[in-house]
Design a protein around this ligand. Structure first.
Ligand SMILES: Cc1cc2nc3c(=O)[nH]c(=O)nc-3n(C[C@H](O)[C@H](O)[C@H](O)COP(=O)(O)O)c2cc1C
Length: 343
């Protein structure tokens, strides 16, 4: 057993979270991760034809019906995201009214926008005052972590540039970011994210001041994840070099280098990225949005395949329970090995 400030905060058996992976569904994955003793997270689903508020509410109902364990949800607070205002007002109201949801849906993770939007919502304030609900926000750089602290978050998710999917313009690696954040905010609860898939990774994250890890790519290649089999099949043979940071209408994003990715620029600076993003036409933006639908239905050639460098250390598609148990065992071995070095 590994006990940390995060396992204690959320009443978890293991310091392992699933990372949110919108716009795709992660309901079954979240259920499996929570049931295995970690904390599963519902993604902000907004592929074409879905209503993000309705998807979250249906998933919340599904999870409380199928597990008694704690879980969480993600809201993308970007100005461009559909239904943000409704999500930060309507979902807290529903959770507040339902004692089982209020008890279990205790991890509210916001990302890709302002950390202030959720705590400014009156229904969320009421929920926070009357429950154990915690608010975390993704911080990919020290100056962004400061904004989270100013918004009075309960903790941060420290996501470095090697992670899969949506990224910040900052491109700081998880290794350096964790060391910076540990020095700057030593007492702030932290979840390390981006590049984790093994017990050695978990052990390193704990040494660097995090109380848990969150994993995206590792859980994509699990039996329970809702991702298409063709998507999962890219993970085990994948190498870190098979992914790269590109840009498009959704900002910086780490993608698997397929036909879709290679049609997008991979600029070397924040300024170049912003200039390209500003030049996009409505047609290009719509084409980008369609790429998520395409990959959802299995087109891993012209669809957007979001994956992190961690695919280089994932060797098989496994049951979520086995993934978590193996990581904990490996982490315990790594921690014991490190202790043995002390003379
Ligand atoms: C398919 C996919 C979709 C993602 N969508 C989101 C999202 O909706 N919200 C978010 O905060 N992060 C999103 N991310 C980033 C992940 O939450 C996490 O930071 C990343 O997967 C960590 O890197 P790893 O893949 O090496 O574990 C996404 C990542 C992937 C792979």
């Amino acid at each position: 057993m590994i006990e940390t400030n995060i396992t204690k905060m959320f009443g978890l058996k293991h310091p392992i979270f699933s990372a949110p992976m919108g716009p795709f569904f992660t309901r079954e994955l979240a259920l499996a991760v929570s049931e295995a003793g970690g904390l599963g997270v519902l993604s902000n689903v907004n592929i074409v034809g879905t209503d993000p508020v309705k998807e979250h509410i249906e998933s919340l109902e599904y999870l409380i019906e199928h597990t008694d364990r704690p879980f969480g949800l993600n809201i993308l607070t970007s100005r461009n995201n559909r239904g943000v205002k409704e999500m930060v007002t309507e979902i807290p109201k529903i959770v507040m009214k339902n004692p089982k949801m209020r008890e279990q849906c205790i991890y509210w993770l916001t990302s890709a926008g302002s950390s202030k939007i959720l705590p400014s919502s009156k229904p969320f304030q009421e929920l926070r005052e009357n429950s154990e609900v915690k608010h975390f926000h993704v911080a990919p750089a020290v100056w962004l972590a400061q904004k989270c602290v100013d918004s009075k978050v309960d903790g941060i998710v420290c996501t470095g540039g090697e992670g899969g999917g949506h990224q910040s313009y900052e491109r700081v690696s998880t290794l350096v970011l964790l060391q910076q954040l540990n020095k700057t905010f030593p007492d702030l609860p932290k979840i390390a994210c981006g590049g984790f898939a093994t017990g050695e990774g978990l052990s390193a994250a704990l040494s660097l001041g995090a109380g848990a890890i969150a994993m995206g790519s590792r859980f994509i290649s699990s039996k329970q994840s809702e991702f298409h089999e063709k998507y999962k099949a890219l993970v085990p043979p994948g190498k870190p070099q098979d992914t790269n940071l590109y840009t498009g209408s959704f900002g910086p994003i780490r993608l698997f280098k397929n036909k879709y990715a290679l049609e997008h620029p991979a600029p070397s600076s924040k300024e170049e990225m912003i200039a390209y993003e500003k030049s996009l036409t409505i047609e290009q933006m719509m084409k980008d949005a369609d790429a998520y639908d395409r990959v959802y239905y299995g087109d891993t050639d012209t669809g957007a395949v979001l994956l992190g460098q961690s695919i280089g250390v994932i060797n098989s598609i496994d049951d979520v329970n086995d993934i978590i148990e193996r990581i904990i065992k490996e982490a315990e071995t790594a921690i014991n090995k490190n202790h043995a070095m002390l003379k």
